[in-house]
Design a protein around this ligand. Structure first.
Ligand SMILES: [Zn+2]
Length: 75
């Protein structure tokens, strides 16, 4: 079951959502469905071609594309 990361357009919060089929995620804070899906930090950053533009810190949310929390091992 994929966990995707979403960004709420209304309250500017990032959250993770476990997607079942065509389930539409809603923001846990303000409950809006005006959210945009973020790609997994790993695949998005490492396949950009222009190198690392974004450094995710360990305090950030965990990566859904690998077992690491820091994303340092998935390049
Ligand atoms: Zn929100």
């Amino acid at each position: 079951m994929p966990i995707y990361e979403y960004h709420c357009d209304k309250c500017d919060k990032n959250f993770e959502y476990l997607v079942f089929g065509k389930d539409q995620p809603a923001c846990p804070v303000c409950n809006t469905k005006e959210v945009s899906r973020l790609m997994s930090a790993c695949g998005f950053v490492s396949k950009g071609g222009s190198g690392q533009t974004t450094k995710r810190t360990a305090a950030d949310s965990s990566c859904s594309g690998c077992s690491s929390h820091s994303c340092a091992s998935c390049h």
